[in-house]
Design a protein around this ligand. Sequence first.
Ligand code: G3P
Length: 214
Amino acid sequence: MFVLVNLKTYPCDPIEVAEAVSDVDDRTDARLAVAPQAAHLERVAETGVETWAQHVDPIDHGSNTGHTLAESVADAGADGTLINHSEQRLKLADVDGSVRAAERAGLETVVCANNPAQIGAAAALGPDAVAVEPPELIGTGTPVSQADPDVVEDAVDAASSVNSAVSVLCGAGISTGDDIVAAGDLGAEGVLLASGVAKADDPAAALEDLVEPL
Ligand code: G3P
């Protein structure tokens, strides 16, 4: 399973979380990665943890003040990027442009979507993976894999009917190892999670619990 920890803009110490993820990664068969804010990418990548951006824009080098360029993210040490997270939604054409920009920069891509229908559209754009996250469950601690299992299974079906090479992740409310196991049982190859680690009093202990059953 791929476990991608999104730090959003939570007031956690990104280096502390990155070091915890890196440490736990050395002791599990799961693949772990962390997605800090863009300004923290370089310092997080220097810890040796697999590092992801939270977003890249559908742009090339040039006159794009305030945008996030895929090449800059890659230069900072990112291995991949989220695109179209529920908190950073894009138009379909811009999702496509961001996937192309990430590919150009050699970044792995996960395109997020709210529901199985959007997952089908996202898979058609040919990212490495898609992630279904029902917005109403994000940050609630109520796991999608248990509260709404159909949405995960339908997302897996939607992606495979469009492009069987695209992996499916799920996210929202996942905070325990059992939630991740349930996601895998539904056909997901990984999970996105945030508050369960980024808002934990002890992120290292939260991560240990998360990967324990894997
Ligand atoms: O990107 C993952 C995220 O949207 C899920 O958030 O806090 O429900 O794990 P959370």
